[in-house]
Design a protein around this ligand. Structure first.
Ligand code: 5AD
Ligand code: SF4
Length: 453
């Protein structure tokens, strides 16, 4: 066998943007070791399952995926090769030993805070099964190689972990304590991304607006200050960030939404539930009224901002009247988009031991009603943008042939009939039609001509 051909790396990713980011960085680490990514597990030399533990059945999904992959591993061995099978991410962090015991085909288990040690782990894995679920003292980000080109809309991880301990959530246990990267390292990475063609950067963190990074002037910068500085990078047109906690929406960040045009008028600010009793049981540390006040303040600075949220239905103890509070908040706030989930008990979290479990059937009914209302509101809000001309960053081919797809400043998905050569560009688009989950429009030819002249 030739040893110059690249080895094949297959990564399957579940979960949030942080996991997508981590998967990319794993590929960056393995590239110098001779691995090139493929999109099928067949014949792969290395398979990484980058898992998510946030909601239900995470472990089951991982085991069934391992089962599917075993035949590829056997086929590889029959042809004289070896497929290294690794389980990474939050399920690995939470249930590493269970996985190694139950799935003999798994060679390696590592958590979100140790993947920078992949080169050493690869060497160890030739002779033994490797488990690495520590929270090492050294900084993972300092040891990562330069990132691969991410294209026009890039992601940059600036903060990790969480100290909030919402009672339903595994993140503080799987991702560990809150940690912010240094400002210099973030700005360097941002400049590299822009040099590689990024026009938009989304700053990532489990609790991204809790960011407090060491700055070159010896002080600590919070997110608003960081983004104001980043906005000065030549060639960077758009900044986004997610996910935020209501309590960390400080005045500087809210004001930046008014003062820094590069910060897009979009805010994902999870409310989770509308009832104060449930918010308290969730340990969200604020009331529905506190949330209202924060939204008023955000809108004071940026009246047109599009809001987004996460909701959990059927948290232990949630009555019909508590659920009505959630519905009323959704109707009142008016979200441009929102994600909703049925509560699922996560082992090891405080809510897993709470009384007052809500029957599955009721959770289903509540979820359906909530999603219905969210959809109605989304459509209403999307309709308000019909007739406007908005700058759209095109990222990929569109829904139908001849179309390309992008995002408006309000984070609406938009499909437009236009040539594929405009992918990667920002163009003025006249919004003509609204749907529940997207809008449609036409490129403004005259503005396109003047802008690119
Ligand atoms: N059950 C249901 N939804 C959950 N989320 C987090 N943990 C749980 C859980 N145990 C949801 C929250 C969070 C989003 C990322 O996932 O709404 O904001
Ligand atoms: Fe989980 Fe977010 Fe709460 Fe942190 S703030 S515990 S990440 S839900």
């Amino acid at each position: 066998m030739s040893n110059t051909a690249p080895k094949k790396l297959y990564i399957k990713t579940w979960g949030c943007q942080m996991n997508v980011y981590d998967s990319r960085r794993m590929a960056d680490i393995l590239r110098p070791l001779g691995y090139a990514e493929t999109d099928t597990p067949e014949g792969a030399d290395m398979v990484i399952l980058n898992t998510c533990h946030i909601r239900e059945k995470a472990t089951d999904k991982v085991f069934s995926e391992i089962g599917r992959l075993e035949k590829h591993k056997r086929a590889k061995e029959k042809s004289g090769g070896k497929m290294v099978m690794a389980v990474a991410g939050c399920v690995a962090q939470a249930e590493g030993d269970v996985i190694l015991n139950r799935a003999k085909s798994v060679d390696m288990v590592f958590g979100p805070q140790t993947y920078h040690q992949l080169p050493e782990m690869m060497i160890r894995a030739t002779g033994e099964r490797v488990v690495n679920t520590d929270f090492p003292a050294e900084n993972k980000f300092d040891s990562l190689p330069t990132e691969q080109n991410q294209g026009s809309a890039a992601f940059l991880s600036i903060q990790e972990g969480c100290d909030k301990f919402c009672t339903f959530c595994v993140v503080p246990y799987t991702r560990g304590a809150e940690y912010s990267r240094d400002v210099i390292a973030i700005l360097d990475e941002a400049r590299r991304l822009v040099d590689q063609g990024a026009k938009e950067i989304t700053l990532l963190g489990q609790n991204v607006n809790a960011f407090h990074g060491n700055a070159p002037d010896g002080s600590i910068w919070r997110l608003g200050r960081l983004m104001s500085e980043m906005a000065g990078i030549h060639g960077l047109s758009r900044l986004r960030y997610m996910t935020s906690h209501p309590l960390d929406m400080d005045e500087e960040l809210m004001a930046a939404h008014r003062d820094v045009p590069e910060i897009m008028p979009y805010l994902h600010l999870p409310l989770q539930a509308g009832s104060d009793k449930i918010l308290k049981a969730m340990n969200r540390k604020h009331t529905a009224d506190d949330y209202r006040r924060i939204i008023d303040r955000v809108r004071f600075y940026r009246p047109d901002i599009s809001l987004s949220s996460d909701f959990i239905v059927g948290f232990p103890g949630e009555t019909d009247s508590d659920f009505d509070d959630t519905m009323n908040m959704v109707a009142e706030i008016g979200y441009g988009s929102a994600y909703s989930f049925k509560y699922s008990a996560r082992p090891g979290t405080p809510a897993a031991n709470m009384q007052g479990l809500v029957p599955e059937k009721i959770k289903d009914e509540r979820l359906a009603r909530l999603q219905d209302l969210i959809g109605t509101k989304q459509l209403e809000i999307n309709r308000r943008t019909v007739g406007l001309t908005l700058p759209v960053l095109f990222e990929r081919p569109g829904l139908r042939p001849g179309q390309i797809q992008g995002k408006t400043p309000y984070n609406q998905t938009i499909n437009v009939p236009a040539p594929a050569r405009l992918i990667g560009q920002i163009e003025a688009v006249h919004i003509t039609e609204a749907f529940t989950n997207s809008v449609a429009g036409d490129i403004q030819v005259s503005e396109f001509m003047t802008k690119s002249a």
